[in-house]
Design a protein around this ligand. Structure first.
Ligand SMILES: Cc1ncc(COP(=O)(O)O)c(C=O)c1O
Length: 395
């Protein structure tokens, strides 16, 4: 038998992908499953983006590109940040990777290692802890709750800092909670970052999906000197319904961006050439598709929140961004639901899937026991029908 490396043995499979796999298996058995577990837009990639990919193939853009992405795409990413936030990046401050998850991995690989501590506010996106562990660094979790709007305060951050603290991971709008930090809240955090000499990995992948009067803030813009210690992560997956194309990017200081490019030059060679042409068309083309999808997500958010507010034993939160509802179901722990004893978020989700055929993800996967995450990247009809079933199950 081949012994696994320490690193591989410690890595957990993504809990959200695992939950999706179980639902798929039930579907294959002919069961109608209301699958609200996956973090991917249910929309098709807009036509003009697909057309750009076809054209790129026909023109022979099917070869290796520069390791850190084509100069055209890197420039387009830089231009989009100038346009959105007024922040100036040169193309050599941008690196394109095979998805934002890959960007996060390479950013961590380029900046932390054994002996370093990475601060992660909870609830956090499932991959963060494993990605940190893969570098040999350790992580320190800072808990937040529904009552605090799932946001870490500057004071909490100050208390979490130790002499080994090196990097803070931020994610606003957040997966799994949909929380969006205000500019003032982030400014207070930025002051602690500067005072304590931290590096920030700011995952802003849901930046174009905010609702009502919520606004996404680019962390790097908040204080002089912050851009020099911030690596901003985003990508095409959520904004343009391009999850399968695998295009993400990072913006930051030239030295880190160059190191990330070196890492991926040895690792994947380069991001997919055709996908890069598609992402270029996405960034440079008409942005109406983004607004249409955003409006639909907002309508679904309203529908889901209104339904959750009326469900027994559920404490819900109205997410100002992303496409997830994260709600407290701990009142049901200790009860029998659908003939199954529910003791924690995992057993709650198993019972909901097996009895109500509703697939949601346990809060424990996000470092937040007591909660579950429902993705509203599904049609309104599906959401209504699934929520009917969930409500009946809880009653
Ligand atoms: C917070 C967050 N960051 C990064 C990603 C990765 O996105 P991708 O690798 O598809 O670009 C996701 C996807 O679910 C996410 O929710």
């Amino acid at each position: 038998m081949i012994a696994l490396s320490k690193m591989a043995a410690a890595v957990q499979p993504s809990a959200t992908l695992a939950a999706g796999a179980k639902a798929k298996q039930m579907k294959a058995e002919g069961i109608t499953v209301y699958d609200f577990s996956l973090g991917e837009p249910d929309f098709a990639t807009p036509e003009h983006i697909c057309a750009a990919a076809v054209k790129a193939m026909q023109k022979g853009h099917t070869r290796y590109t520069a390791a850190g992405g084509t100069p055209e795409l890197r420039s387009a990413v830089a231009r989009s940040y100038q346009k959105m936030y007024g922040i100036s990046y040169t193309p050599d401050q941008v690196v394109v990777s095979s998805g934002a998850k890959h960007s996060l991995h390479n950013a961590l690989a380029a900046t932390v290692g054994p002996g370093d501590e990475v601060i992660i506010p909870t609830p956090y996106w499932v991959s963060y802890s494993d990605l940190v562990q893969m570098t040999g660094a350790s992580y320190v979790l800072v808990p937040t709750t529904l009552e605090s709007g799932f946001k870490m305060t500057a004071e909490q951050l100050r208390e979490a800092v130790t002499p080994r603290s090196r990097l803070l991971m931020l994610n606003s709008p957040s997966n799994p909670t949909g929380a969006v930090y205000t500019r003032q809240e982030l400014e207070a955090i930025a002051d602690v970052v500067l005072e304590k000499n931290l590096v920030v990995l700011s995952d802003e992948i849901y930046e174009r999906l905010v609702f009502g009067d919520a606004q996404a803030t680019c962390f790097a813009t908040l204080r002089p000197g912050l851009a020099e210690r911030t690596i901003t992560i985003s990508g095409a997956s959520k904004t343009y319904a391009m999850t399968g194309w695998r295009v993400g990017w990072a913006l930051g200081p030239v030295s880190v961006i160059k190191a990330m490019g070196n890492v991926q030059s040895q690792q994947t060679g380069c991001p997919c050439s055709v996908s890069q042409s598609a992402a270029l068309a996405a960034l440079e083309g008409d942005q109406e598709c983004v607004e249409i999808m955003r409006q639909e997500f907002e309508a679904r958010r309203d529908l889901v929140c209104q339904r959750l507010q009326n469900m027994p034993g559920v404490k819900s939160f109205v997410p100002p961004g992303a496409f997830y509802a994260f709600f407290d179901v701990s009142e049901h722990f200790g009860r029998t639901l659908g003939g199954r004893k529910v003791t924690d978020s995992m057993s709650f989700c198993q019972a909901a899937l097996e009895c109500a055929h509703v697939n949601v993800v346990a809060g424990s996967a996000f470092g937040a026991e007591g909660y579950v995450r429902l993705s509203f990247a599904a049609s309104r009809e599906q959401l209504q029908a699934g929520l009917d079933r969930l409500e009946a199950f809880l009653k």
